[in-house]
Ligand binder design. Structure first.
Ligand code: MTE
Length: 355
């Protein structure tokens, strides 16, 4: 079953949840996630598409005329390559149960439904302007070529989600390469969107159509799913866009007691860079500042490190909390919601200190 759904060898680097797989969070996850460790989340199954015959349809009353573009047409629009994170909206869902005692249905992602890849493509803004965007366009519906999504006998149509025009014209990419290789079938071959800093569902794979409209156009992927609601949700019902700020420890193999050790980890935030990370080695009783290392850009992860001396051997509870450059922080408790989206509270990780 799994082999049918996934076009890749299954390595030990994955935790498998049915047809979804996540990266096992260990210290060897590099700054750029290799394709054979990158998480996969398919509502359906990868369609078989011939890249030579593939065309992107550009339709809707927000354009002056309908147009089709081939892959060669896209390649002519001065491609760019950017390192960006892609994260599933439900990443961390398992911790609604494990840390907050409110299990939520859906894939029980731990921490690895996120990856950073080097994406090659062209800005969506360039594509839309090239084909003739009307100034009063407000929405861009991205439609996948995968089979319609059927749940409990109800056909919800093709996987699709609208982007507000402001985001569409800001930093969204229309991509055909990942880490220098053509997109693998699981990741959207031949062409997908990459929507920096937004919920993973916005990054529609196997892109077939962009429908640009002068009125907002809904889809079940922003009215029924991927919005905050339910008894435990006390805010306004909100369509999900930007991802929250999060952080984790990478060093999870045993370390010695009684001498300095460097703990490493990473932090990230949708549409913002990281302003600071704090680490606790005693389950949140006391905190120290970590050092940010290397590049620190919005919608990508930033490495951090901190030197620690553990006085005693045994299990230690590590916790981290980050703040982003917009001042957003990680809440002590992640806001509850029926579908278990956006878990962003600090995650308690266990480290063995050897005597
Ligand atoms: N696009 C289509 N057409 N069909 C899908 O099922 N899954 C979405 C998004 N794009 C999906 C899709 C979800 S929920 C996520 S988290 C990301 O793709 C996952 O991208 P990946 O599998 O390349 O990691």
């Amino acid at each position: 079953m799994l082999r049918d759904a996934l076009d890749r060898p299954l390595t030990d680097g994955f935790i498998v949840h049915g047809t979804d797989v996540e990266t096992r969070w260990e210290s060897d996850v590099p700054a750029v996630t290799p394709i054979d460790r990158f998480f996969v989340r398919n509502h359906t199954r990868p369609p078989v598409v011939d890249a030579g015959l593939w065309r992107l349809l550009l339709t809707g009353d927000g354009l002056y005329q309908d147009t089709t573009l081939s892959l060669a047409d896209l390649r002519d629009l001065s491609p760019v390559t950017e390192e960006l994170a892609l994260e599933c909206t439900g990443n961390g869902r398992h911790y609604f149960d494990r840390q907050q005692g409110t299990p939520r249905p859906g894939t029980q992602w731990e921490t690895g439904a996120i990856g950073v890849a080097r994406w090659t493509g062209v800005p969506l803004a360039r594509v839309l302007r090239r084909v003739g965007l009307r100034p009063d366009a407000v929405s861009v519906m991205a439609v996948g070529l995968d089979d319609p999504y059927v749940e409990d006998g109800v056909d919800h149509g093709r996987v699709r989600r609208p982007l507000p025009i402001q985001k569409a014209l800001d930093d969204v990419l229309v991509c055909w390469e990942m880490n220098g290789e053509p997109l693998p079938p699981d990741h959207g071959f031949p062409v997908r969107l990459v929507v920096p800093g937004w919920v993973g569902i916005a990054s529609i794979k196997w892109l077939g159509e962009l429908r640009v409209t002068r009125r907002p156009e809904p889809s079940p992927w922003n009215t029924r799913w991927y919005r905050m609601h339910g008894e435990g949700w006390h805010g306004e019902e909100a369509v999900l866009g930007r991802m929250p700020v999060k952080s984790l420890v990478d060093t999870l193999e045993p370390v010695p007691a009684g001498r300095p050790v460097v703990l490493r980890g990473r932090a990230w935030s949708g549409e913002a860079a990281i302003a600071g990370v704090e680490l606790s080695t005693d389950g949140g009783a006391s905190w120290r500042a970590a050092r940010l290392v290397g590049q620190n850009r919005a919608s990508c992860w930033t490495a951090w490190e901190a030197e620690v001396v553990f006085d005693r051997a045994g299990e230690h509870c590590l916790v981290t909390r980050a703040v982003d450059t917009d001042g957003r922080t990680q809440p002590d408790v992640s806001p509850d919601n029926d579908q278990g989206y956006l878990f962003s509270a600090p995650i308690r990780q266990s480290l063995t200190v050897a005597g």
